[in-house]
Design a protein around this ligand. Structure first.
Ligand code: FMN
Ligand code: FE2
Ligand code: FE2
Length: 401
């Protein structure tokens, strides 16, 4: 049975939710599930904006057939060729023999790599800024290369001022009937997942997100309709400002995330003492994460939130504790930058983790390492406790400055 929502009298949400999938891209935990959004516009011509993942195909088809109510589908706009949005292309082509696919040259190149169906007579190839009239609605296409994949474009509907933004502005999380941002408590319920989605899925491409943001028709957007998560129809500046910060690798908050690895508990002990000292001095919204038990995608998300990081880890077989090393590789892969970092290492005979961490941080852009670097030899003693206190003062001075 169909399950749809109206964006307006002539624009419908026809997507679906998957609450069974445990790992998005087979990598990222999604305990709140995931939404695959697709939008259908009914006018003199009918147009579908993107399709959905194979896991929700059945629901999706019921939604479309109900909404079309016997009409044919004239256009399918493919803003993004990733399979989580394209699983239903062939099915739709079979059901609607006159359906035309709208994409750019790169879209169709990728389509031919993924699928075998015959595209001749089906393709409407658009260039940046081209328009497509559906009657009283007009679609305009903005290319957003590498805002996930090279072929990505955004489609702007000029009459109702709707931006179909592909993966940009999306989030992990299945919508609970409440599809619109003004139907939920975004800051409490969605922001963490929106940030984690941004950081891990789009985070590497900050420059490309900035380029896309500059092209958009600014004040003229009434709704932002991404391919995952909530549809935004109020307070758009809240989301646009977050995207602007994240894509410039600027922190959301002046606060500290302490990320530690620890086998026997002594590095953990030092981190807890430091966190309490910072809190005593008035720092709020501190995060402390055991990197062995916190998924790296959540650690990346904290880096996007916090201005200051404390990285604390034991030395392990002459190297950096493996979970910390893995996190540092992710920081590099995602192009993370502009953060102030404090280092604490532990080791029982030849501590070298901090030196090696510093070398990896040197490969990132605009990372400031605070002094002193604290070396714990097994467990905290009087002298290392006073070093830790100096490091706390150094973090506080940096936060204040
Ligand atoms: C497999 C393994 C390898 C280690 N390699 C080193 C090392 O290369 N250099 C060193 O100084 N300590 C090494 N250590 C010791 C730990 O770094 C040290 O005991 C540290 O205090 C542990 O901190 P924790 O209490 O936070 O787990 C190693 C420990 C283990 C279990
Ligand atoms: Fe994608
Ligand atoms: Fe996606």
């Amino acid at each position: 049975m169909y399950c749809t929502r109206n964006l307006s009298d002539s624009v419908y949400w026809v997507g679906g939710c998957d609450r069974r999938l445990s790992l998005f891209e087979n990598l990222f935990p999604i305990p709140r599930g995931i939404t695959y959004n697709s939008y259908l516009i009914l006018d003199e011509k009918t147009a579908l904006i993107d399709t959905v993942d194979a896991s929700v195909s059945r629901q999706f088809l019921e939604n479309i057939l109900h909404t079309l109510d016997g009409r044919a589908l004239d256009y399918l706009v493919v803003n993004h060729m990733e399979p989580d949005h394209c699983a239903n292309l062939e099915e739709l082509m079979l059901r609607f023999p006159s359906l035309k696919l709208v994409g750019n040259a790169k879209t169709f190149g990728l389509m031919q790599q993924f699928y075998d169906f015959d595209l001749s007579e089906r393709m409407v190839t658009v260039k940046e800024g081209d328009t497509l009239s559906l009657g009283s609605h007009t679609l305009r296409f903005y290319f957003a290369p590498m805002v996930h994949w090279p072929e990505v474009m955004m489609t702007y509907e000029e009459t109702e001022k709707l931006l179909f933004s592909a993966d940009a502005f999306g989030s992990f999380g299945a919508v609970n009937g409440n599809l619109f941002n003004d139907e939920v408590r975004f800051e409490q319920e969605w922001l963490d997942d929106a940030r984690r989605y941004y950081g891990n899925i789009v985070g590497k491409y900050g420059a490309q997100v900035q380029a896309a943001l500059k092209k958009l028709p600014g004040q003229e957007i009434r709704m932002i309709c991404p391919l995952h998560g909530l549809v935004w129809r109020s307070n758009l500046d809240c989301l646009l400002q977050k995207y602007d910060l994240w894509s410039r690798y600027e922190p959301e908050e002046q606060t500290v995330a302490l990320l530690y690895g620890s086998m026997y508990g002594d590095t953990e002990n030092a981190v807890n003492i430091l966190a309490c000292g910072l809190a005593d001095a008035g720092v709020k919204h501190i995060a402390v994460h055991d990197i062995s038990s916190t998924h790296v995608s959540a650690l990346v998300s904290e880096v996007f939130r916090c201005s200051h990081l404390v990285l604390a880890a034991p030395t392990y077989n002459g190297g950096i504790y493996p979970a910390m090393l893995n996190f540092l590789h992710d920081m590099k892969a995602l192009n993370l930058q502009n953060r102030t970092v404090a280092l604490l290492e532990n080791g029982s005979w030849a501590p070298t983790a901090a030196k090696q961490t510093r070398a990896l941080l040197d490969e990132l852009k605009n990372i400031q390492v605070l002094e002193p670097v604290v070396t714990v030899k097994s467990a905290l003693k009087g002298d290392t406790l006073s070093q830790l206190s100096q490091l706390k003062d150094s973090i506080l001075a940096s936060l204040a400055g």
